[in-house]
Design a protein. Structure first.
Length: 552
């Protein structure tokens, strides 16, 4: 097996020429790196500049100097895993935001008994499963076998599994059972089977990124979060589907379906990580979110999905999409479950420099307290029932305004183009869906000046959002539209604030409904406390998606 750098280096071709030569605008004179006025004027038009011939001649010498330096970058040697010395910090300049240290208290675990039919526990919470394991009413091997059987049985209709990690899973389950028998207990995740989105590396299993050209791609390492879950005693049973290069729910083997309505996709690139826990195929799942890919499938599939504060969970070993936007978080059947998983994966590892040193997760599973000042943007809102629920919880509702955040996707697509530059240069984009290929190539032609200016505007947006959130504890929203005029999601994705999707019931069609809350930077625990209060106050009939009920 090859490591990440070796494998991605296979995408390398001969050293790339300059932007203008690739665009076919003019010939560069070999060795001298000089440009004609016509070449420079054409490039200026591409950059949105209206230059006369005199302007072009004026900058020719400086441009030739830039080009010589650009040719020394050796772009083909840079892969998706190549680190950047530039790191996004979601804290706006001049705004004092503290980094919380660890202060975790697990939720109270109900005492449950093993049912006569083991598969009846498929939809149980992590806490309930943990009690069965700790009291040795069930073994991790039994639980793992049950979930593997359900994954095999139901994947043909859901299309949510890329790879079953069966050999690894049974070994990890055996290790968990041996430790439990010896009295060594690692915590509530000890022996619990789970799945990860297939842009997250796991030793010995393909990590395909949802793309046909990469179905045999293997990294000989566990991502940091997989290492941490292994240390917590969790059992990896599956690599779950992701949209092609983390775009949507369409991947190399088709679409991942929503277990509540198989005629529609499960939405968002954490497609399998939303569908699998909703269908009772894993104890919990891990997804990633750049512009809504945890929140959207969580809402569609009726599970709880936490998009943490940017830089809370290390992305080492995770495919880079939008370098300054990517977040990793849990997708579970309850808020408490999300808190349990978040506690296991949060914090710095010295490899992802976006994660602050000393960062911990503050959560009191035994407390009934939660934030009560909730903001909403009335013009973007369509859930009066959710407002009524919050009022019953004693929350005060406040009208707030949010800035335009449609730069989120602009910045993301440019960062994607950089992350996959060597892949595209090698011509491998020809094996992708047209939409993915177009975006990855188009971003290569955006100027560095425009990208940096977009991030300057981003700072101003961060400052505006900070002023808004200074007046409330959290913000309620319902839409994940890509159009920032109808959703605040792009704004919150851009600023790095934590958000959580929470089921709110069912529509008349029988499909789940849900709302989302956004909270303060690094206030993920407080945000989950509000989500848990809302979850407990919401009337939600206990039922499972048709066709996925435990087998009799």
């Amino acid at each position: 097996m090859m490591d990440r750098r070796t494998l991605m280096a296979l995408f390398a071709t001969s050293a790339g020429a300059s932007l203008w030569a690739r665009a076919g605008l003019a010939q560069i004179q070999p060795g001298t790196q000089t440009f004609s006025a016509e070449t420079i004027m054409a490039a200026a038009r591409l950059a949105g500049l209206d230059w006369a011939e005199t302007d072009a001649r004026d900058v020719a010498e400086s441009l030739s100097s830039f080009a010589k330096h650009a040719e020394k970058i050796d772009k083909n040697a840079l892969t998706n895993a190549s680190p950047l010395p530039l790191h996004f910090d979601p804290r706006p300049p001049g705004v004092a935001i503290s980094i919380p240290g660890p202060a975790y208290r697990p939720p109270t675990i109900a005492r449950v008994r093993r049912p006569a039919r083991l598969e009846d526990v498929a939809f149980w919470s992590i806490g309930a499963l943990a009690h069965l394991l700790r009291t040795r009413q069930v073994s991790s091997r039994e639980l793992t076998t049950m979930y593997l059987d359900r994954l095999k049985r139901h994947n043909p209709v859901l299309n949510c599994v890329v790879t079953l990690t069966e050999t690894r899973a049974m070994q990890e389950a055996a290790d968990a059972d041996r430790e439990l028998a010896a009295g060594k207990y690692r915590g509530l995740l000890h022996g619990i089977p789970y799945g990860v989105k297939d842009i997250i590396s796991a030793r010995g299993a393909p990590t395909t990124w949802g793309a046909p050209p990469l179905e045999q791609q293997v990294f000989d390492e566990d991502a940091t979060l997989v290492q941490r879950l292994c240390e917590a005693g969790a059992v990896l049973v599956a690599k779950l589907s992701t949209g092609e290069f983390a775009f949507g729910d369409q991947w190399a083997r088709g679409r991942t379906n929503n277990p509540w309505n198989l005629k529609e996709g499960s939405s968002g690139s954490s497609a399998g990580s939303g569908a699998a826990p909703a269908a009772g195929l894993v104890g919990f799942a891990i997804g990633t979110d750049t512009g809504g890919s945890i929140l959207s499938p969580a809402q569609r599939c009726g599970v709880v999905g936490l998009r943490p504060t940017f830089g809370s969970v290390s992305r080492h070993g995770v495919m880079s999409a939008g370098t300054s936007l990517d977040k990793v978080g849990p997708m579970c059947r309850s808020v408490d479950d999300c808190a349990i998983v978040m506690n296991a994966i949060v914090g710095a590892d010295g490899l992802d420099r976006a994660v602050p040193d000393g960062l911990g997760f503050r959560w009191d599973g035994g407390s009934a307290r939660y934030p009560r000042r909730v903001g909403c943007v009335r013009s973007m809102f369509d859930a009066e029932r959710a407002l009524a629920t919050l009022e019953r919880l004693g929350c005060t509702l406040h009208d707030v305004a949010m800035p335009d955040g449609d730069l989120s996707y602009y910045i993301e697509y440019i960062e994607r183009s950089a992350a996959f530059d060597s892949f595209t240069r090698a011509g491998h984009h020809a094996g992708l869906r047209p939409r993915t290929s177009r975006f990855m190539r188009a971003g290569q032609l955006i100027t560095a000046v425009d990208y940096l200016q977009a991030n300057r505007r981003r700072t101003a947006i961060m400052e505006e959002v900070a002023r808004t959130l200074a007046t409330v504890d959290a913000v309620l929203f319902t839409s994940l539209s890509l159009d920032s005029r109808t959703s605040i999601n792009p704004v919150l994705s851009l600023t790095g604030h934590p958000s959580v999707a929470v089921p709110s019931g069912f529509a008349s069609s029988g499909s789940p409904t849900g709302v989302m809350f956004a909270g303060q930077l690094y206030g993920d625990g407080d945000l989950l406390a509000l989500a848990r209060a809302f979850e407990g106050a919401t009337t939600r009939t206990a039922k499972h998606p048709a066709g996925f009920e435990p087998r009799g």
